[in-house]
Design a protein around this ligand. Structure first.
Ligand code: G3P
Ligand code: MG
Length: 256
């Protein structure tokens, strides 16, 4: 992939359509049914959140605790995989999703192989980097390094990842302006992208990122008008709970 491509210098309609936690507006977030639906709706990439279990497995899960999106209680990192796998991760969204399980990273890779990229967000409160190294190993075992972009709000995890692999594709995830530190860290890490929030992303930020060879993928954008506006600013990707709207934005760009 050329530096220009990485910096988002593609046709606007080629922007990455990134489904946030899968098709999470419609389906239970971070489950395989949400990933399958995102692919049906034309996503080119799926963002999902990763955490370590108590026994060292990597699972796809957003919150630190189980209550909101499963029928379990307690913190994710204190549970073994077997306990997490026994939970219902679908019914909270709608009874028709009863029986959806908390996926492992391996399952997420298998379910999306040959179809879409993955943005793996490392959600560790532990800073020793074990999550980063475990996720990297699994991605390498699946020969999926090319279609995975790792991101994290914690640059220390990204540093561990970079130390372990010169080839890992990295995005610096940032919560709010100012973005000077994010841009500096991204360059130091040899990252390919900045993932800024919708609020705070403007033409100047996209330009500053591009000047450093970085593409910009913005989260989390659910308005069609704002998707079109961001693509007009030159972002490389848009992260949304509504992948169908991203496809609609693409159709509008192709039609205009
Ligand atoms: O990766 C973008 C976005 O997912 C970051 O925030 O809390 O939705 O994981 P969060
Ligand atoms: Mg996330």
């Amino acid at each position: 992939m050329s530096a220009l491509h990485r910096a988002g210098a593609t046709r606007p309609s080629d922007f990455q359509r990134i489904a946030h936690r899968g098709a999470s507006a419609e389906c239970p977030e971070n489950t395989l049914v949400a990933f399958r639906r995102a692919m049906e709706l034309g996503a080119s990439m799926i963002e999902c959140d990763l955490q370590l279990t108590a026994d060292g497995h990597v699972v796809v899960f957003h919150d630190w605790t189980l209550e909101r999106t499963t029928d379990g209680t307690g913190t994710v990192r204190d549970q073994p995989l077997s306990m997490l796998r026994s939970l219902d991760a679908g019914s909270w969204k709608d009874p028709r999703y009863a029986g959806e399980r908390v996926p492992t990273l391996e399952e997420a890779l298998d379910a999306t192989a040959g179809r879409v990229g993955l943005n793996l967000e490392l959600k560790s409160r532990r800073t020793e980097g074990l999550l980063a190294l475990s996720a990297l190993r699994i991605v390498e075992q699946h020969a999926a390094l090319d279609r995975v972009i790792f991101s994290s709000f914690d640059p220390r995890l990204l540093e561990r990842l970079r130390d372990a692999s010169p080839d890992a594709r990295i995005a610096v995830l940032w919560a709010h302006a100012p973005f000077d530190d994010a841009l500096r860290i991204a360059v130091e890490l040899g990252a390919e992208a900045l993932h800024p929030p919708d609020r705070g992303t403007d033409a100047a930020l996209v330009r500053e990122a591009r000047a450093r060879g970085l593409s910009t993928n913005v989260w989390t954008v659910n308005s069609l008008d704002r998707m079109l506006e961001l693509v007009g600013l030159g972002v490389a990707g848009v992260i949304s709970d509504h992948p169908g709207r991203l496809l609609e934005a693409r159709a509008r760009l192709l039609g205009s």
